[in-house]
Design a protein around this ligand. Structure first.
Ligand SMILES: [Zn+2]
Length: 390
């Protein structure tokens, strides 16, 4: 028995931010990041639209990238003072993820962070407020997922919150907001969305519902990511990428992910490589490795008119190059000595990452190490050796 959970209402299309007027509530807290939503006028516009709908609003701004527990708790204090019945996450994934975590502590002031980081332990929300997500980046699809990532800066640990309770009630997928992304962010986040499709289609909980979304999302990303990177003002490409990222979010939120993410979490944590950029480097070799176990990547190959999985992998490599992403972590600039020093810890942590459990193939530590090493040097993964090791 399986389920499929997505936001109750998704507004999409250029200018769909206007739909905020249709939301019914008394008071909103808008949670947003640094300055881009303000600079591009979207914060002001959001406040004006709420006003038109007779919804009072208060702003919590300054959510940093990789939002911290401290920031979340500051937001909760504001929620407790203002008593909103609507929470709006506006901006990049960090702002929306932080708002999701604030929502949990606003509804359950007595719970601790440790209590909610075990998967699917968050109690029913929506007793105090509903949640609207308005993303400005086209990557994580957090507007449509059951995931939020919060960093404990004191301990240096990233906590994933995973619960269908934190899937937003309303997602507003307006490509106009995505124009605020510079080309490198467009490239990195777009490749993250692609990695969600690639992982979801072979993950443990993949279903016809998630496959359909992943297949179409892949088609849209290949067609539109280069255009969105090369001409960020082109709204058609921006909207298509925004939609594709949302579809990929819906797919992976229900199918879950695999070892592209297990490995990427370590390299991101250790060396600060942007998440989507790391995924772009990892995808080809992980697909080659997993394809000895599953033939489901052929769905994605067919979506691009390719006959074999290897042809699909080559298309990913070409796309990666076209959007300006390196083909290895060495080329990205990670020092070989620093890499060697951290390798064993990264392999161990990747083995223990929750995404490893839903990968279609169960890697041995040796295989995991080989994947790390080949992606560091830019070699094609040595499948013959891996077969022996396995
Ligand atoms: Zn991701």
């Amino acid at each position: 028995m399986s389920s499929f959970i997505v936001p109750r209402h998704t507004y999409h299309g250029p200018g769909s931010l206007e739909n905020l007027k249709e939301v019914r509530a008394k008071k909103a807290v808008i949670v947003t990041g640094g300055s881009s939503m303000k600079r591009f006028g979207f914060l002001e516009k959001t406040i004006a639209l709420l006003e038109e709908a007779d919804i009072a609003s208060v702003v919590f701004e300054g959510v940093e990238s990789d939002p911290s527990v401290t920031t979340v708790m500051k937001g909760v204090d504001l929620f407790n003072r203002e008593n909103p019945d609507l929470i709006i996450g506006l901006g990049g994934c960090s702002a929306i993820d932080a708002a999701k975590a604030m929502w949990v502590f606003y509804e359950y002031p007595e719970v601790t962070f440790d209590e909610i980081t075990a998967p699917f332990t968050i109690k029913p929300l929506r007793n105090k407020a509903r949640f609207v997500a308005i993303p400005s980046t086209s990557g994580t699809g957090t507007e449509a997922t059951c995931v939020a990532v919060i960093t404990d800066t004191a301990k240096g640990i990233k906590h994933p919150l995973v619960s269908y309770e934190i899937c937003p009630d309303i997602a507003i997928v307006d490509g106009e907001l995505a124009k605020s992304m510079p080309p490198n962010v467009t490239a990195n986040t777009g490749m993250d969305a692609l990695s969600h499709d690639v992982e979801a289609v072979v993950a443990a909980l993949a279903s016809p519902h998630t496959d359909a979304l992943a297949v179409d999302s892949v088609r849209m990303i290949f067609k539109n990511l280069p255009r969105a990177c090369e001409n960020g003002e082109e709204i058609e490409a921006r909207q298509a990428m925004h939609d594709a990222s949302c579809l990929a979010g819906m797919a992976f939120s229900n199918a879950i992910l695999g070892i592209v993410h297990s490995i990427s979490h370590q390299i991101g944590g250790m060396f600060g490589v942007p998440h989507g950029r790391a995924n772009a480097i990892l995808m080809p070799n992980v697909i080659r490795y997993n394809s000895q176990e599953t033939d489901k990547y052929s769905l994605l190959a067919q979506a691009l008119g390719k006959k074999t999985v290897e042809e699909f992998v080559i298309e990913i490599e070409k796309l990666r190059e076209r959007v300006g992403i390196e083909d290895s972590f060495q080329a990205y600039g990670i020092d070989p000595k620093a890499w060697e020093e951290k390798l064993e810890a990264m392999v161990e942590n990747a083995m223990a990452d929750p995404c490893t459990g839903t990968n279609p193939r169960k890697p041995t530590p040796e295989e995991m190490r080989m994947l790390f090493q080949c992606c560091y040097s830019g070699e094609t993964v040595h499948l013959s050796k891996i077969k022996k090791a396995g």
